[in-house]
Design a protein around this ligand. Sequence first.
Ligand code: BES
Ligand code: MN
Ligand code: ZN
Length: 494
Amino acid sequence: MEFSIKNGNPEKQRVDCVVVGLFEGGKLSDAAKSLDIASNKAISAVLKNGDMEGKLGATLVLHGAVGASAARVMLLGLGKQAEFSERHYRHAVHAAVKALPKGVASASFFLAELAIKKADIHTKVAQLVEVAMDAAYQVNAIKLKKSEPKTLNKIAIFVNQSENAQAEAGVKHGLAISLGVSLAKDLGNLPPNICTPTYLGEQAKKLAKTYGFKVEVLEKKEIEKLGMGSFLGVAQGSVEPPRLIVLQHLKGKKDQKPVALVGKGITFDTGGISLKPGGDMDEMKYDMCGAASVLGTFKAIGELGLAINAVGIIPTCENMPDAGAIKPGDILTSMSGQTIEILNTDAEGRLILCDALTYAERFEPSAVVDIATLTGACVIALGHHPSGLFSNKDALAHELLAAGEIAHDRAWHMPMWEEFQSQLDSNFADMANIGGRAGGSITAACFLSRYAKKFDWAHLDIAGTAWKSGKEKGGTGRPVPLLTTFLVKRAQKN
Ligand code: BES
Ligand code: MN
Ligand code: ZN
């Protein structure tokens, strides 16, 4: 998709569709007014006839409107003007892109002109780009007959001439995040027989080549040398060899300590010997979405050339049942030296992450954020809108919460009090790998916290937000917007 910033009148655009907004009660935006006048009140007539009320997200496409140079005019409902917010704006843009007729290849959006509290033109343009890209995203389905390629490929965003520079910067920002989100979606959506640990390693190398990252993809022998007994324990049940991917984007000052992002990369989670029930098990291909969000965020900061030092660490393997797989009762020794009694092989995410966290120590990071589809319990606690946020440092938690608000990719701060820790007690090892059903997402975070004592650390449980189920099954690309925004804000502070 190509985005451009333009100035001009809606009636003069020779494109397939011009999109203008109107509020509930028939209040026209400036662009809609301009079109109405040029078209001899064609829009007023539609309102009078009752075909359009301006409800948020409602759309009506007019063909051959007299006085307009475009083939079509889309009227887009914006809801109540007094309530119009960034969230409503995003909802409307999403609805507009989804409702564009099939034949539309080029569209001109007159929406960034709308007044939204606290949103400047940079924000409005960036969000338009992000939402449009999200709405226009198509799965690369593997089908005998390729589905027709969607034709929408050019979006012009209209602003006042004085705003051009800020708007252009908004496009760049929005596009960078969108490309990261798309990559994360693509990786998540791939079938698990293609998106293996080896494949993820190759994708990381490709990214590194494109953006000049430093990259290492460690194989089993090297992972053994590091002493990652916990990670290797999970990997040992699969014929797919594990990988430890390490990416470095070094565009900050030489002495600046890096931010480390650690992503769970289970390319398929059967549960192992503690086998999951069969229903919806296909969705466990999304158990690498933490890893995908790290790669997506690296793509975004690579696109932006962001002045920051960042390290991406991805432990990736499959969790399979096998004669050689770990079993309940086994004890593993992690890279940190702490031992772990396996009580449930389905609690495997924390087992690969704990060693990756220990590995992160060598970078002396200013902060470590891990991202993982870690627990079903998080979905029960928070549903599908916020990601769960846990941290050993309140200031870091608040930075991430704020980034999530700005990016419309929100997280919710969960408790991680000392009291929960004893649920991990084991008679046979330093800790058990599960803490019972009560507060399952919290005890999972408590487990990780034992490997994050040497740095400021936060954990994002994205089990409820990384993908959608049902008819709209697909990766969401979350939390790439949150993570990218977090890094952008950090870069501004440094
Ligand atoms: N990948 C799953 C978590 C998950 C389950 C995410 C369903 C999204 C939807 C994770 O590895 C897992 O199986 N967790 C267990 C932990 C339990 C055994 C303590 C869970 O949540 O049931
Ligand atoms: Mn599991
Ligand atoms: Zn898992």
